[in-house]
Ligand binder design. Sequence first.
Ligand code: GLA
Length: 359
Amino acid sequence: MNSPFSLAKAYEKYFRIGAAVSHLNIDSYRDLLAQHFSSITPENELKYSSTEPEEGVFTFDDADKIFDTARSLGIKVRAHAPVWHNQTGEWMYLNGDKPAPPELIYERIDAHSRALCERYNEDVYAWDVVNEAARDDLSSEEEASASDVYRGSKYFRMTGTGFIEAAFRSMDKYSPNAQLFYNDYSECEPGKRERIVKLLKNLQQKGCRVDGFGMQQHYFFEPDYDELKRSIETYAGLGLRLHITELDISLMATINPGTKRLKPDDPGFEEYIKESLHPTPAKLAKISDIYVKLFDVYRSYSDVIDCVTTWGVADDYTWLDHFGGAPGMPHVKQYPLMFNADHTPKPCIEENIALAQRG
Ligand code: GLA
């Protein structure tokens, strides 16, 4: 019997296949979504700046557009990242012209969670309740945070870990049937991993329902597959389900010999720009190969991984086209996804389907 050529169908027995979309591009991806995907994540449409730009003023048009389309395709939504230190209006932190006391911040998070859940619960199977609250190694903000675990965001400076707990408690109350996730990046880097584990354990000890951890998986260097396996085992060892939430592979991953993202002042950055302006077929093929190797690992942990989502659908639209450049440096077009800009599949699609069907 011939199986349909569909990544999502081939992976039904392993995990869902998801993609992040925006209200502006979802129509253009309708056919690809219908054929290859079984989960949809709104890229920005559920963040505070989109849904509550001013306190009590709810704007759902953009999110509605995504939910309507997802519903018409019969695809459930992985809802993403209301409580985050970015894309949140200043009103969250103010009480008139004074700083808001923690209780007011918790009340605001509660009212917001309620509004989102009342509108979208039926179509949401998982929430990224809190995004990126663990600190990185270095940044002036982090150095000032006086915490060796948490990012020194406004939320953290004003409430300690209270905002994280409040967010999970509210979501649990209003969305009892969806899985609740904490989501973060650089999650395979050993130092960051240790901080994320502490954050998750603290949350569990506080009695909050946290069902899973979202591993973002943005790659700016070639994956270290052993470190990836170690990370999956560590997070799953906390009794959590895992979702790969924001997978994509920058051209940097085909050039960068290190294990950290190259920044504009780092040695090698100019070389990276030069090589990326005219990526060779070998470099582009490497991105597709990395997808095959990553899926190999994900498949082997399908007992704990429930969803693999790419941060975008096809190379014609990717946030990476606007990220990480430097003033005066030329713009680098990126090719980080599993489908080409013309929506044709890269070789990894056929290979990953074949490997899933064989396994
Ligand atoms: C982070 C966030 C996402 C998105 C990306 C960049 O990873 O979690 O919501 O904003 O950055 O597009």
